[in-house]
Each structure stands twice: as C-alpha cells, then as structure tokens.
Design a protein around this ligand. Sequence first.
Ligand code: PDD
Length: 280
Amino acid sequence: RIVHVNGEFLPEAEAKVSVFDRGFLMADGVYEVTSVLGGKLIDFAGHCLRLARSLRELEMTNPHTDAEWLELHRQLVARNEIVDGMVYLQVTRGNPGDRDFAYPAADLPPTVVMFTQSKPGLAESPAAKTGWKVISVDDIRWGRRDIKTVQLLYPSMAKMAAKKAGVDDAWLVEDGFVTEGTSNNAYIVKGNRIITRALSSDILHGITRAAVLRFAVEAQMEVVERSFTLAEAQEADEAFITSASAFVMPVVQIDGKDLGTGKPGPVAARLREIYLDEMR
Ligand code: PDD
C-alpha cells in the first residue's frame, strides 16, 4: 500500500512516525473514515466538516483546507487503485519531542497519517441480507463521544466481547439506555417509526446518520430522536445501525433475543437501498 504521512506518499514500510507522537503516547488525535464506492468518495463534505469540528474541540489547528483534504483523498484512492473500500485519516497533536501532559505550543505541526483499505463489493455485503446479532455491554467510555478521537480501546474491548460471544457487534448501554454501537449509530423501528438517540456528547454525530435520517423523512417515514432502553430495543419490530463502513446494516438479535422474525426488516432494507442509491 501507498500511505500518506505529513505531505508525502510512501510505501507503507517506509512510513515513520515518532515514538513521542502525542497520538501514540496519549491517544491525542482525531480521525475520519470515508468509504469509497466505485472510486467515488461517499459524503466527503460531511466527514470534512466533522473533522474540522473534532479538531476545534481539542484546540488543534486544521492542517489542511477542505480542498486539500479532498485532493489527498483522491490521490490516495488513485495511487492504491481503490474501487470499493475506505480511506482512513488521522490527525494527532504531533511530536513535541518528549512526554508531557500539557499540550505543546499551538504552532507544533500536527501529524497527518492516511491510508486506504480495499474492500471489493463493500456495498453488496452478504451480512446485509442476514443482519447482525449484537450483545449489550456497559458504556464506560469518556464523556465527549461527540469528538471522534483515536482513543478506541473500550470499543475494541466491546468488539472482542461480541466476537467471543459469537455475534457481530455490541450495543453500549448507559443508565439502561442504548447509546450506540462500538463504531456505529443505533436505531430501532416500531411500525413505521424510526427511533434513534438524539445528538449530544453521549454519541458520535454520525455522518451516515444525518444522511439516512434526511432520506427517511423524504420517504415519508417518521423519525423520532429520543433515547430508548435495551428492553424496548428487544421488543422492537426491527433494528439497524449506520456507519461509513457498514452503511445501513440490519440488527436481528440483541442479547440472544430475536427481533420480530429474526430476519432483516423492511425499513432497514429500504433505507439501505435508498442510501446506496442516493450516495453512489
Ligand atoms: N466509526 N459511532 C461511533 C462510536 C463510531 O465510531 C462511528 C464511526 C459512528 C458512525 O459514524 P459515521 O456514520 O460518520 O461513520 C458512530 C467509523 C466507521 C470507524 O471507527 O471505523
């Protein structure tokens, strides 16, 4: 793979980042994942906007304009001949040359790392036909989940708990209410009503979420942004998640309890189709 580090395109084996990088020592950085379908970046503007917000919230300077970010993404997709897949980008606070809890001076250049992942047939994922099974785990993440930081240890632990339980993902639960999935936003469906947690610092403001809710309203579906409990989710007609990597993915089982028929429901299937049609 050809990766990007601080303005250079290099073979991955030649790419280097300092051991003193704040991203490595303190998880002091933010990231974005943008999917690519048929060579096209999906919802790039949304990801750029959220990146700028995450950086601002951490008092970091955005090292590039949106046009520059777009050019870097396009270059990386072209150099790696990505048809379907993902572009990962992260910006960390950089290398102050030593370990220190306080932020270094604001003029320290941040570290930019980007790479691609090739996923042929990403949109035709067989999992979308069978749906995901999930377990629930306590949401013990920090209180600023709206900032897309690279501190992903707990989501990794939750994903491993799901794997060990033989299922696809975990839904995180706080005070009885579902916040989101390990790396996706969570929804339940009751009749024609789509219910998903409202935006706050409790969840990541998904770019896919914004698009899917817009399409749902345009398709005359009813959208209610409110918290829902795990028990309510288990009694729902259907459920699904959204993310840049899974698009709209049906959820068919929660903690061993089948939802509805135990098969992907019509609302999730329709939203997936609309999303892919509109964004490709
Ligand atoms: N994850 N919630 C969390 C905690 C996430 O990490 C993500 C994205 C989402 C969905 O956001 P979006 O629709 O903008 O992808 C919600 C990415 C895909 C990842 O970490 O790989």
